[in-house]
Design a protein around this ligand. Structure first.
Ligand SMILES: Cc1ncc(COP(=O)(O)O)c(C=O)c1O
Length: 403
C-alpha cells in the first residue's frame, strides 16, 4: 500500500460543535462526531422541509421525495454504484442481517460453507451463525497474519466449492488492518462464492469504489461517516438484489396487495418497508458532501500520519503492547502490562482524552490476541498531533500511577 503524506493537518475541528476546546476525542471508530453542515441538514430537514416521501401528492412531499432520492444518488456516486443498487438500512448490522436472511437464507443449503475471519465484528459473525444454524450450513474462520491482517494465503488454502459466501471486514475496527479486497474477491469468486465486504471502518477512512473492488455486497453505517445514527447502506449487485425475497413486509415495499396475493416492488424499495429514516438520508447526504469536500485520499493520509505518530510514541513506553500492522488505517489498539484497559480509559478521561476500552464487539479476536480487552484510540478528520500528544501524556500518567 502506498503511504501518502499530507502537507498540513486537516484543521477541521472548528466544524464540530460537540468537540470542546482541549477535548481529544479518539473514539471515532465507535461513532464519529458531526460537522455543522450535517447538523444543519438534519435541522433543515425537520424545521423547514419536513414531509413524508413517496406518497404525498402535495408539493412539500414531492420535494422531500426528490431530496431523499438525491441522497441515494449521492451514496451511489460516493461508492461507485448505481442508485437502484443502494438499499437504505439502519446501519451495517442491519445490512448484514438482510443479506444473511434474504440471500444466504434462500441460496444456501445444508452442507454449504461460509468463510469469515478471526477479526470480524460480532455484526459480521452472529447473523451468519443464525442463518447457518437454521439451514445446516457450516462456518470456517480464516486466521490472521502475525501483524493482524486477514491471512489471504490461508483463505486461499481453505476455500472449496462448498463455500458459497465469504464475509470480511474491509478495515478491522480493532486493528485497523486493511483488507486487500481485490484479492479476497478473486479468491471467493475462484470457487464460485459471493463476497460481502463490511465497510463500516473503511468508508470514513479510504476511497471506496465497489465496482472497481468487484465485491457482491458492501455495507456501512452513516454514523461512522460523520452522518446520523439510524441510517446505513447495503450495496448489492443488481442481479443479486433482484433475486432476493423481501426482508420485512409493510408499506412501500409492495407492487400490489390483495388478500389473495401480494407482489413486491423492485429493489431497492423491496427492502425498505415502512416510512424510512427520511432526515437521516439527508444527513448522510450532507456527510458525504463534507468528507468529499476534504477528500478521502487526504483523510486517509491524515489518519495514517496520526497512527504513525501514536504508534511511535506508544512503542517507546516499555509496558505497552501494540496490536495491528504499522500501516493500520486510523485505529491503534494497545494493552498495558498490569493495567486493565478500563482503568486506562478512566484515567485518560480525567485528562480529557476519550478512548474506547473493551472487547470492541470482537470477542473471538480478543482470544486470538490473548487479552480480555484492549484500549483503542481511533482518529477522525478533527484530530491532530496535539490529540496524540494528549493521549501519550495520559498513558505516561497511567504508567506512573500503576508504577
Ligand atoms: C467493522 C464493523 N462492522 C460492523 C459494525 C456495526 O455497525 P453498526 O453498529 O453501526 O451497525 C461496526 C461498529 O462498530 C464495525 O466497526
Amino acid at each position: 500500500m502506498t503511504t501518502i503524506t499530507t502537507e498540513r493537518p486537516l484543521d477541521t475541528v472548528a466544524d464540530f460543535p460537540a468537540i470542546p476546546d482541549g477535548w481529544a476525542y479518539l473514539d471515532t471508530a465507535a461513532t464519529s462526531q458531526k460537522p455543522q453542515p450535517v447538523i444543519d441538514a438534519i435541522t433543515r430537514g425537520y424545521d423547514q422541509t419536513y414531509a413524508t416521501v413517496h406518497r404525498g401528492v402535495y408539493q412539500r412531499s414531492a420535494d422531500m421525495t426528490l431530496a431523499y432520492e438525491a441522497a441515494r444518488n449521492r451514496v451511489a456516486s460516493f461508492i461507485g454504484g448505481k442508485p437502484d443498487e443502494i438499499v437504505f438500512v439502519r446501519g451495517a448490522t442491519e445490512g448484514i442481517n438482510l443479506v444473511a436472511q434474504c440471500w444466504a437464507g434462500t441460496q444456501l443449503k445444508a452442507g454449504d460453507r461460509i468463510l469469515l475471519s478471526m477479526l470480524e465484528h460480532h455484526s459480521n459473525i452472529v447473523p451468519w451463525q443464525m442463518v447457518a444454524e437454521r439451514i445446516g450450513a457450516a462456518i470456517d474462520v480464516v486466521p490472521l497474519t502475525a501483524d493482524g491482517r486477514i491471512d489471504l494465503d490461508a483463505a486461499a488454502a481453505m476455500l472449496t466449492p462448498a463455500h458459497k459466501l465469504v464475509a470480511f471486514a474491509h478495515v478491522s475496527n480493532v486493528l485497523g488492518s486493511v483488507l486487500d479486497v481485490e484479492r479476497a474477491v478473486a479468491l471467493a469468486h475462484g470457487v464460485g462464492a459471493k463476497i460481502l465486504v463490511d465497510g463500516c471502518q473503511a468508508v470514513p477512512r479510504l476511497p471506496v469504489d465497489v465496482t472497481a473492488l468487484g465485491c457482491d455486497f458492501y455495507v456501512f453505517s452513516g454514523h461512522k461517516l460523520y452522518g446520523p445514527t439510524g441510517i446505513g447502506v447495503l450495496w448489492g449487485k443488481p442481479e443479486l438484489l433482484d433475486a432476493m425475497p423481501p426482508w420485512q413486509g409493510g408499506g412501500s415495499m409492495i407492487d400490489k396487495v390483495s388478500f389473495q396475493r401480494t407482489t413486491y416492488a423492485a429493489p431497492p424499495g423491496r427492502f425498505e418497508a415502512g416510512t424510512p429514516h427520511i432526515v437521516g438520508a439527508l444527513g448522510l447526504h450532507a456527510a458525504i458532501d463534507y468528507v468529499e469536500s476534504i477528500g478521502l485520499t487526504r483523510i486517509h493520509a491524515h489518519e495514517t500520519a496520526l497512527v504513525t505518530q501514536a504508534r511511535t510514541a506508544l512503542a517507546a513506553i516499555p509496558c505497552i503492547r501494540l496490536f495491528g500492522p504499522e500501516d493500520s488505517a486510523g485505529i491503534v489498539s494497545f494493552a498495558m502490562q498490569g493495567v486493565h484497559p478500563h482503568d486506562i480509559g478512566t484515567i485518560l478521561d480525567e485528562a480529557q482524552v476519550a478512548i474506547r476500552a473493551g472487547h470492541h464487539c470482537a470477542q473471538p479476536l480478543m482470544e486470538v490476541l490473548g487479552v480480555e480487552a484492549t484500549a483503542r484510540a481511533s482518529f477522525g478528520v478533527y484530530n491532530g498531533p496535539r490529540d496524540v500528544e494528549a493521549l501519550v501524556a495520559g498513558i505516561a500518567r497511567v504508567a506512573r500511577i500503576f508504577g
